[in-house]
Design a protein around this ligand. Sequence first.
Ligand code: PLP
Length: 375
Amino acid sequence: MPRMPSQVPFLELHSQVTPLRNELDAALARVVDSCRFILGDEVATFERDFAAYCEVDHAIGVSSGTDALTCILAALGIGPGDEVVLPANTFVATAESISAVGARPVFVDVDEESQQIDPRSVRAALGARTRVVIAVHLQGRTAPLAALLELTRERGIHLVEDACQAHGARYGGRRVGGFGVAAAFSFYPGKNLGAFGDAGAVTTNDASLARTLRQLRDHGQARKNEHRRWGFNARLDAIQAAVLGVKLPHLDGWNVARRRLAARYDALLAGTGLRTPPPPGDGEDHVYHLYVVRHPRRSSILQMLEENGIGYGLHYPVPIHRTPAYAGHGFELGALPRAERLAEENLSLPMYPELSDEHIERVCRVLTQTALVSG
Ligand SMILES: Cc1ncc(COP(=O)(O)O)c(C=O)c1O
C-alpha cells in the first residue's frame, strides 16, 4: 500500500524560513559579497549578540554542538584516566565528546518525572577520577542546577551545561549557559535556534577558558601560524553566523509559542492514558525543544500515528549505555532502570513554533481514538 503523505509533520522548517526570507537573503548576500567565509566580523557579531542574549561574558562560535562539548572538555584538560558523569538518556553526542578526549563516560540514571539527570545518582557515581559532571537540559527543560552546583562545588569538580536543546531557557530567572564553567549549544537546523547546517557555540564567564577555546577551535592558533596547543578545525562559518544573527531576535517569541503549544497538548491530553510532561517546578523552565509523552505500549500508538500521517520522533529509543557503541563500558541491562524505561515509553509529538492549533487538535484526536489512550 502506498504510504500516505505526512499530514502533520514532526518538524517543518519552511514556515520559519519563509517570513524571514528577505532578511536571510540579505544576510547571505552580505557574506557572499565579502568573500569572508570563516570566522571574521559575522562570527564576531553573532558571538557578541549570543553572549548578551545568554547573559554571559563570552560566546565562542564553533562548528557544532558536539564540537562545543569536545572543545570544552579539551580546554578543561580532561583526558585519559578522567571520568565524566552524564545522564544515560541524552543524545549520543554528549558521550562522544567525552570519548573524543579519551576520558571515560560514566552514565547515571535520571528522575523519572522530569526525565533530567538525578543528583542522587550523580552523587553515587562520583569517584576519585571524576573531573566533570555534564548537566543536559534535556528536551528543553532545565536540569536540577542548584543541586548539581552544590555537589560539584563540594567536590571541587567542574559542572558543564549541555544546553543544545534549551536555548533561552531560564533557571532561577537566569538564562542557561552561565551556570557551569562553560555551556555547549547546538544550532542544528531543527533546534530552537537553528542554522542552515551544522553550527554551535560555547558560552562561559571565564575569560581565560574563552581564550583557550578560541585557540582550540582554530588549530590551537593564538594568531596566524602561532600554534600554542594542538587543537581542532571546529570554527563557525560566517554564513551560519549571519543566518543565526537574523534568527536570534525571534528566539524568545518562538519559545513563547512552543510553551503555548505545549499547554494546548497538555489540555487536550489531560485524563488520557498518555503521561504528559509535568510542568516545570519553581524557578525551573521548559522551552519545549521536544514535547515528549509516555505510554507503556508505545508501539501500538506509533502504528496508529503512522497510519494517520502524523509525524513523531523517538528521543531516544536506546539509552546510550545500551547502544553497541557504548557496550562494554560496564553498564548492563537494568543498571539504569529509569532511563531504560523512558527509552521504551517516550514518544515525541510534533513541535515547532509555527505548528497550528488545528494540527495539534488532529494529533490529539488520532491519539485519543486508540483504546490505549482514550483514558
Ligand atoms: C543534548 C545534545 N547534546 C549534543 C548535541 C550535539 O549537537 P550537534 O548535532 O550540533 O553536534 C545535540 C544535538 O543534536 C543534543 O541534542
